[in-house]
Design a protein around this ligand. Structure first.
Ligand code: BGC
Length: 775
């Protein structure tokens, strides 16, 4: 898929301004001259040093920890550091590099600023469910302002790995299963972090360099097990998985992170086709490539060679910076002497790192990001927190909203009335540290209210909010420990399951409504958090069943970092609001939606399967030669299962609102599309309910006959609109030949003449359809 989105930063430049220093514009020739002169002074050792990225700080994600980093910095053997928090500490270390090393080359300071810095936004999977590119760009912009105020010049984001396997915990870090949407989000994030295209240099001190990851196909690991093998046809790669990386490159992303997995039998970190031929040759990437954490050393375990061999392999493949392995500083000198690595290759890598520093403005002012007055002014501000609250409320997906079974004609359970007593019950109801979600390295865990605390604060004087834990996270204590690492403990309760349940039922008895805060802990998704069972954990299920038996309205407020299997819940619970992990302001945002101040508008970006056996289950699948007829759930000798139908529980694009939207038929400006030109597809959407609300209008296209088999539908456009109760709006999509292109058998990017179904609707399954012919 080729990039369709052009450079259109959705934020007005400078609309959300921290302090900024504007530097004089320099030409590419100025940069070349500067770096030529600098490199002439550098020893081979110092050049290799620029390629070295050791870890610091409190968070490490692997086994390795580099020692005596300071001494290495003084010797010029370090190019950057990452996950060191605090502008004072960073200033100190930067001084070491600038004042104590022979050439005074400044360091890059990286960090996993994945969904916000101290003001935390929803986990990326949640963020993607907003389908709101301006909001997503704004979240990255705010993250850049805050991170840069604290000394950070480089973030390891956006993560754009397409995944169709919710067993993989890292689906929480990406934008779901669709490449078109994923590409749009990748670009919005890059613009948010880097502002103006990095190729023109970052002139401000509140913009930072982005790093698209994990290149490539990391989300396609076998069996959803993290770091596992990937094997994929080129055709699938380019039609279904590669576009978001390419889109980030097109947006000018400054760096790319190689992934842990192998591609065609060669680990990505040592894959020359991937890192040089495709990334630089075909896509024209001009920044630098960094490995993932110990990516080089892991090639020893992959079975590709010893540290010297794999380090040379990585450099020769196109890696420029070695994260943590110390394979470059440890072995490249020897490889150069033995002729296994050419000096020219080292020079190129070194130049790319220096160019990044130059573009960031660090040679003009190494302390550009070290303004010690900024943190107070720019981090965790009211303005940022208000934005995070609003965006979080947009990310929640209302999965079900019905009246109580006993009162069929009554109003749905949500929104709640601001009166009476509401009991928050569940192991996720009163935990601060679980609110921000996985990969929130810079979080201030004690400063974010738990759901119970947030609701109490918001509803003071109106609603009596009560609380009981009700159960532990998981019956098995050892499993719970594995699922609550890195300071995200849920403080396991030593009472028996029955004691916890009894207390919860007592609290429930005094309430008018029960908000059941259940699901995953934040560390049950994210890195190294694959699962093979995706239902609510045992003790939580028992708790939910008991709460439902009270006959009171229950709202399942579901915390999760991935699609879960919720068949039972869908059948028995009247209202289900999926809140993912909403970030620092999540509690307030949940309150906004539960009590109706915000009408939910999130739409799923990943299919929710009915059970784990259906995985991988995704909306843009192929038809097969034996598709199951629509509406059927089993037919002998058709592509299906004996024990479950083929349908998801909740399809891609799905999400309810407190109001209803009605779609007109599609009007095409013409039923045929010529070689040039375009067709407009128009629908009228009407808000037929009682609440104002936002709707994500989605365009899907099916290529009915192709030279290779084509998916049953593919997302090709979306438009989020706001409609007052009773209001109608027309939404139009422009369809050009470009939108119909795909990679054919010979990897040509073509649009083939023939018939297409044009589908528009509020999710991937409920659509209006029109026919279009491409001449
Ligand atoms: C993860 C990356 C991350 C890196 C640095 C790795 O384990 O895969 O996503 O950026 O650690 O913390």
């Amino acid at each position: 898929m080729k990039a369709i989105f052009k450079r259109t930063s959705l934020l007005l430049m400078g609309a959300l301004i921290g302090i900024s220093t504007v530097q004089a514009q320099k030409s590419p020739q100025d940069m070349d001259r500067f770096i030529d002169a600098l490199m002439k002074k550098m020893t081979v050792e110092e050049k290799i040093g620029q390629l070295n990225l050791p870890v610091t700080g409190d968070i490490t994600t692997g086994q390795a920890k580099s020692s005596d980093v300071a001494a290495k910095i003084e010797k010029g053997l370090v190019g950057g550091l990452f996950n060191l928090k605090g502008v004072d500490r960073i200033l100190e270390v930067q001084k070491l590099a600038v004042e104590k090393s022979r050439l005074g080359i400044p360091l890059l300071f990286g960090m996993d600023v994945i969904h916000g810095y101290e003001t935390i936004f929803p986990i990326p999977l949640g963020l993607s469910c907003t389908w709101d590119m301006a909001a997503i760009e704004k979240s990255a912009r705010i993250a850049a302002i805050e991170a840069s105020a604290d000394g950070i010049s480089w973030t390891f984001s956006p993560m754009v790995d397409i995944s169709r396997d919710p067993r993989w915990g890292r689906v929480s870090e990406g934008s779901g299963e669709d490449p078109f949407l994923g590409g749009a989000i990748a670009q919005a994030m890059v613009y948010g972090y880097q502002g103006a295209n990095l190729q023109d240099q970052l002139r401000r001190n509140d913009e930072i360099m982005a790093c698209v990851k994990h290149f490539a196909l990391y989300g396609a690991g076998e069996a959803g097990r993290d770091y596992n093998t990937v094997d994929m046809s080129r055709n699938r790669m380019f039609n279904e998985f590669m576009y978001p990386y390419e889109a980030a490159v097109e947006a000018g992303v400054g760096s790319v992170m190689a992934s842990f997995n192998e591609i065609d039998g060669i680990p990505a970190t040592g894959n020359k086709w991937l890192l040089s031929d495709l990334l630089r040759g075909q896509w024209g990437f001009e920044g630098f490539v960094v490995t993932d954490f110990t990516g080089i050393a892991e090639m020893i375990e992959h079975g590709v060679g010893d540290l010297q061999t794999v380090s040379a392999l990585a450099l020769n493949a196109g890696v420029d910076m070695d994260m943590v392995s110390e394979g470059f500083v440890g072995t490249l000198m020897k490889s150069i002497k033995e002729g296994k690595v050419r000096m020219g290759t080292l020079n190129t890598a070194c130049r790319r790192i220096l160019e990044a520093k130059y573009k960031l403005g660090l040679f003009d002012n190494p302390y550009k990001y070290c303004d010690v007055n900024r943190p107070k002014r720019d981090i965790f501000t009211k303005e940022h927190r208000d934005a995070a609250r609003k965006i979080a409320s947009e990310s929640f997906v209302l999965l079900k909203n019905a009246p109580l079974a006993a009162q069929k004609n009554a109003a749905p359970v949500l929104p709640l009335k601001k009166q009476g007593t509401v009991a928050v019950i569940g192991p996720l109801g009163n935990t601060r540290s679980n609110m921000p979600g996985t990969w929130s390295v810079a979080a201030r865990l004690n400063d974010y209210p738990s759901l119970y605390e947030g609701l109490k604060e918001m509803m003071a004087g109106k609603v009596n909010i009560t609380y009981a834990k009700g159960s532990n996270l998981i019956g098995d204590a050892a499993y719970e420990e594995r699922a609550t690492m890195f300071g995200r403990s849920l403080n396991r309760d030593n009472r028996t399951d029955q004691e916890l349940l009894d207390e919860a039922l007592k609290v429930a008895a005094g309430a008018d409504v029960i908000v059941a805060a259940l699901g995953e802990s934040s560390e049950m998704s994210g890195e190294s958090s694959s699962r093979t069972e995706l239902g609510l954990p045992d003790v939580q299920h028992t708790l939910l069943e008991a709460l439902l038996k009270t006959g009171k309205p229950v709202v399942l407020t579901l915390f999760t970092g991935r699609p879960l299997t919720l068949n039972w819940e869908q059948e028995h619970v009247p209202a289900i609001l999926n809140v993912w992990f909403g970030g620092s302001e999540a509690a307030y945002a949940i309150g906004d939606v539960l009590f109706g101040d915000v009408n939910p508008s999130g739409k799923l970006t990943m299919t929710f399967p009915k059970n784990v056996g259906q995985i991988p289950l995704f909306y843009n699948h192929k038809n097969t030669g034996r598709p199951l007829a629509e509406g059927k759930w089993f037919e002998k000798f058709r592509s299906n299962y004996l024990d479950v139908d083929n349908e998801p529980l909740y399809p891609f694009g799905y999400g309810l609102s407190y109001t209803n939207f009605q779609y007109s038929d599609i009007a095409l400006s013409t039923p045929t599309l010529g070689k040039d030109g375009s067709v407009t597809a128009v629908v009228t959407v009407t808000n037929t309910g009682k609440y104002d609300g936002a709707e994500v209008v989605q365009l899907y296209i099916r290529d009915l006959v192709g030279s290779i088999t084509r998916p049953v539908r593919e997302l090709k456009g979306f438009n989020k609109i706001f409609l007052r109760a009773g209001e109608s709006k027309t939404v139009s999509f422009t369809i050009t030949r470009d939108l119909l292109r795909f990679y054919d058998y010979d990897m040509n990017y073509v649009a083939e003449p023939g018939d297409f179904n044009i589908m528009i609707g509020g999710n991937s399954q409920t659509v209006k359809t029109a026919k279009l012919t491409l001449k």
